[in-house]
Design a protein around this ligand. Structure first.
Ligand SMILES: [Fe+2]
Length: 353
């Protein structure tokens, strides 16, 4: 892949390099550091969860001087520990809100979403004045610059995946943040189910000419129903099993401009065919266990094992394929991908065996 040819060293060349450096210039022929390649990686839920519960004892949340604004444990790719980032575009973290706790209201230019892992359904995220109750498996969108706060009025912890495009917005120097000025929580001004009522397939006439993401929640019971019915009716994709997208409710396109949310079912015993593409994906296992064979070279790949609630990452242009280890139970995975960014910039490329 390298296109560099060494220019013969000479005193004149050395003098030129010095003059270039003195003037904040550089020659294309000069060597330069390349960003590190991201690694395929798996984070077992047992490690995530025990650290998260420990953070619940050590780190206070919201409203008081010595508290964190958010209590999350972040998934860190070992190649970019300096950024504490999961990928170059998307961050996945796991958030804990204990009974009676509130994560205070704010908004930011990074788009965010929550996928609920644990909870009794009484906790909620308030997005732009709508209380979106959070049951396990629900997906709640808090798009770019929408006010959001979280509250747990129940008796049990709520745990969810927090996913943000913050590294992309930081890279583009387009990050803004604002705390809500009128208290820890915005008022609830919309009735429950407002977004689904107004953005469902039978809805008031609605215009969204920019195609931007909208506050929305996808309920797990609907997602699971769609997944299971598609799995029984087919077709089964040899590269992906059954793969469904959480479509933008109006455009039918990607979930958000910068993050696509997908849910996938690998039938019992299935091994998918190898593929690679320029988007990168973070997975969270909803149920089941198996292995992903992943690596840059098709012939030399690592096996990453995964089980229920584990998270793992497949970097850009790595070959990968899944195996469901169970011959009886389907495996189900929720995933987030930067594919909408690659596609909108004309940079998406894929190969399938
Ligand atoms: Fe936030």
């Amino acid at each position: 892949m390298s296109e560099e040819h060494a220019v013969p060293e000479s005193p004149q060349l050395e003098a030129l390099h010095q003059r270039l450096a003195e003037n904040s210039l550089g020659g294309h022929w000069q060597s330069r550091e390349r960003p590190p390649k991201l690694k395929p990686w798996a984070w077992p839920w047992s490690a995530i969860y025990s650290c998260l519960m420990e953070s619940g004892e050590v780190v206070k949340l919201g409203g008081i001087d010595d508290a964190a604004k958010r209590r999350t444990v972040q998934l860190v790719n070992p190649a970019i520990t300096n950024l504490k980032a999961t990928t170059r575009t998307i961050q996945m973290s796991i958030q804990l809100v204990k009974p009676g706790e509130r994560a205070e209201c704010h908004r930011h230019s990074a788009a965010a979403l929550r996928f609920v892992v644990e909870g009794d359904g009484t906790g909620y995220t308030n997005v732009e004045g709508e209380q979106m109750l959070m049951e396990p498996g629900d997906l709640v969108l808090t798009p770019n610059w929408t006010w959001h706060d979280h509250f747990n009025p129940g008796k049990n912890n709520i745990v969810w995946l927090d996913v943000l495009d913050s590294h992309l917005s930081n890279y583009l120097d387009a990050s803004f943040h604002e705390n809500y000025g009128e208290g820890p929580a915005q008022p609830i001004i919309k009735q429950d189910g407002y977004c689904r009522q107004n953005l469902g397939v039978v809805r008031p006439r609605t215009a969204n000419p920019d195609g931007h993401a909208l506050p929305y929640t996808y309920k797990w019971k609907d997602t699971l129903d769609a997944l299971e019915k598609t799995a029984s009716a087919g077709p089964i994709d040899p590269h992906a099993g059954v793969l469904l997208e959480y479509a933008h409710p109006l455009s039918g396109g990607p979930t958000m401009p910068t993050i696509g949310c997908w849910v996938q079912l690998i039938p019992p015993g299935m091994t998918t065919m190898p593929q690679r593409h320029t988007s990168s994906t973070i997975y969270h296992v909803v149920q089941g266990k198996g292995v992903i064979k992943v690596g840059e070279k098709k012939a030399v790949r690592d096996d990453l094992n995964w089980g229920a609630k584990d998270c793992f990452f497949v970097p850009s242009w790595n070959w990968y394929q899944f195996k469901n280890n169970s011959t009886k139970e389907p495996a189900i995975m929720f995933s987030v991908t930067d594919r909408p960014v690659l596609e909108s910039l004309g940079l998406f490329r894929e190969e399938r065996e």
